[in-house]
Design a protein around this ligand. Structure first.
Ligand code: DX5
Ligand code: ZN
Length: 212
């Protein structure tokens, strides 16, 4: 199981946090971008984001919590991220946005909020590289893991094995050493962690606990 670390909530400033994750044994840097409409808080301006991440070495796992993902994809493509993930609940044309992300040679993810059923993803199972299951309401770090979301992970995992779909299953929000084990046992390929790692001094120690 891979560990993608989010710098959304940290005891250090943003630049130091990004550097610490980049030098840690995390597998990816999870980039949470919020437009202040899809979720209440806005936390980015695209030029600043490009500047913040331009010298990072680890693969970037971008999570767009925005209504209009198509607006940002061209700029973000310059960072050569591993994944760009947008929400099924956004206001975009889903098929077109999948095509747009792929046109830059970037892997595509779709994320679903806790109240969205996985069946709405069905038309896209064959076209996407990643499904990001939100295990908290998107919008803030430090929330409690919603254990009911493990059922979605199990169902998606069954679908992969029964129908041969190739997407990775990622779980985002409220991860700690206990919920991480549950995610792994349910079939998650990636887990996203923010505060559990970044609200501590020793990132590698926390990442190793998540990996166990
Ligand atoms: C929630 C974000 C998550 C989350 C991770 O809106 O997408 O990436 O903040 O942070 P923790 O691990 O603190 O829940
Ligand atoms: Zn996220």
């Amino acid at each position: 199981m891979k560990i993608s670390v989010s710098y959304l909530s940290s005891i250090f400033d943003k630049k130091s946090t990004i550097r610490l994750i980049d030098n840690s044994n995390a597998d990816m840097i999870h980039v949470d971008l919020m437009d202040g409409m899809f979720v209440p808080k806005r936390n980015f301006y695209i030029e600043e984001t490009l500047e913040d991440l331009k010298d990072t070495k680890k693969p970037l796992d971008i999570h767009l919590m925005v209504y209009e993902p198509e607006k940002y994809i061209k700029d973000l493509s310059t960072l050569k991220p591993e994944y760009i993930t947008f929400h099924l609940e956004s206001k975009t044309d889903i098929k077109e946005t999948i095509k747009l992300i792929k046109s830059y040679g970037i892997k595509v993810g779709i994320s679903i909020k806790p109240n969205t059923d996985i069946s709405y993803l069905e038309p896209y199972y064959n076209d996407i590289d990643l499904i990001l299951v939100m295990s908290v309401e998107p919008g803030a770090g430090g929330q409690r893991f919603i254990f009911d979301m493990l059922e979605k992970v199990e169902d998606l995992n069954d679908l992969k094995y029964n129908k041969g779909y190739k997407f990775m299953i990622s779980v985002d929000g409220g991860l700690n050493e206990y919920s991480a084990i549950k995610c792994r046992d349910s079939g998650a390929n990636i887990i996203v962690s923010g505060s559990y790692v970044c609200r501590h001094e020793n990132y590698n120690e926390r990442i190793n606990l998540l990996r166990k």
